[in-house]
Structure formats: C-alpha cells, structure tokens
Write a protein that binds this ligand. Sequence first.
Ligand code: G
Ligand code: G
Ligand code: MN
Ligand code: NA
Length: 251
Amino acid sequence: LELESDLRHALEQRQFVLHYQPQFLADGHTLTGVEALLRWQHPRRGLVPPGAFIPALEELGLVVDVGDWVLAEACRQLMAWEGEGLHVPKVSVNLSARQFADGRLAQRISAILASSGIAPNRLELELTESILMQDVAEAMRILDSLKQLGPSIAIDDFGTGYSSLNYLKQFPIDVLKIDRSFVDGLPEGEQDAQIARAIIAMAHSLRLSVIAEGVETQAQLDFLQAHGCDEVQGFLLGRPMAADRLAEREA
Ligand code: G
Ligand code: G
Ligand code: MN
Ligand code: NA
C-alpha cells in the first residue's frame, strides 16, 4: 500500500504532529491538563486522523518508535508552554497494546522523563481495559514498574471493555475515563444516566478520579457536575488543537 510506504518515512520526515485537547474540572473552567492526540501531516492527503494509520503502524512494527516520539514531544510541549507562561498541569498520552507489551517501556519512559525535565507526575498514561485484561499478571507487573516512575494511569474508554472489578481494585490506577458513548445520551437517556452515575460512584469508592469524555452540550456538563464527576473533556469545552492555538486560548 502506498500509505504504508509513506508511513515508514513519516517519522524521519517529521510529518507527525500532536494536537492537544484540554481537560477541565467539572466547573468547565479550571484547566487540569491536556490529552495528546497524534495526527499525520501527509504531504498530499493533509491531516490524517490516527484511526486511519495507527493499525498500520502496529503492523509495520513502527508503533513503539512513534510512541516514543509522542511521549517525548508531549513532555517537551509541556515545558515549552511553561516557558511561554502557560501552566498546563499534566499531559495525557495514549499507549497502544504493542507499546505496553514492549519489555523496555518503563526504561524508555524513564529516559524520556529525565531528558524532558518535567516532574514525572505531570505525565498520565492512558490504557484501555482490553490492553490490561489480555494478561492480567503481566499487566500488573508492568503497571507497577510504570507507577514507580511517577506517572498517573488512566483507563480510557471505560465501560466498553471487560474489566473485572476485582482487578480494577488491584491495579495501581488513578483515573477512569467514562467513554463518550455513555455521555452521548445524557441527561435524558435513563440508561446512560444510570451508567454514568454508577461509574462515578464506583470510581470514588475505589478512590479513583473520574473524567467524562465527549462532552458536547451544556446539559451533559451540568449533569456530570451535579453527579460529582471530577473532570470533563469534549467539543463543548475544546476540540483537539495545535499547541499554539491552545496557548492562545488558555493564555
Ligand atoms: O483524535 P481521534 O479522536 O481521531 O483519535 C482516535 C483514536 O486514536 C483514539 O482512540 C485515540 O486514543 C487514538 N490515539 C490518538 N493518539 C494516539 C497515540 O499517540 N497513540 C495511540 N496508541 N493511540 C492514539
Ligand atoms: O479513545 P480516545 O478517548 O483516546 O479518543 C479520543 C478521541 O475522541 C479524539 O480523537 C477526539 O477527537 C475525540 N473526541 C474528543 N472529544 C469529543 C467530543 O466531544 N465528541 C466526539 N464525537 N469526539 C470527541
Ligand atoms: Mn484517550
Ligand atoms: Na476514550
């Protein structure tokens, strides 16, 4: 495939960029962090979304190298904003299954944190339930090694996979991200409302923080705030955007 051969050169040709989506306290105003989202600036096709090329990166065995670049770039950007007078408390990075299973992930993250100079607790790592549930004992070991370095751990797309509460209790995780499919139906959808309330209650009883993704309307935000959701992220509050745009907006 033409796209695949292009993808092999994308890293060295500096065609990858990160966009950043802001995250806020449930008041919708206080910036708590950003999620880094990978895009491919293709010379002819324009900005390619990750769904269109991350599976290919996995197959080509490039996802670990690109993942390292994402981690380093996200940390670098946090420092760059700091230098411009914008304090973004943390940056959240999505990890793929391959990256998580790579035996040297903790070493790589440790090196990236050290050379970036950011406090390790300002990095958050997002993993899906399916990544963690593939091999629970191994996941536990990897999570422990990652946590020792200082980053927080978030479960992405929470509620769409099959994690058992028993493991959820044992994994050293910090944050549940309520999948946007449950936020969609709020506040009128009775089922979505019950699921959202249940996830918030469960997260808090496990002493986890909870963030809702895909918040698109004021009514959704109001519901989440009223029901004690800690943080929110979504088009209502800010789309994923280039780093300089975010600096302009939040300055
Ligand atoms: O930005 P967008 O909504 O199109 O992202 C689509 C999917 O791509 C999301 O599931 C997101 O988690 C994933 N994604 C975005 N950036 C990265 C990345 O840097 N690494 C990995 N592994 N996945 C990413
Ligand atoms: O799987 P993950 O949660 O990492 O996916 C993040 C993706 O969700 C990003 O590609 C981002 O563009 C998308 N996204 C973020 N906020 C919203 C939103 O409010 N509505 C919709 N439909 N998508 C969103
Ligand atoms: Mn995510
Ligand atoms: Na998600």
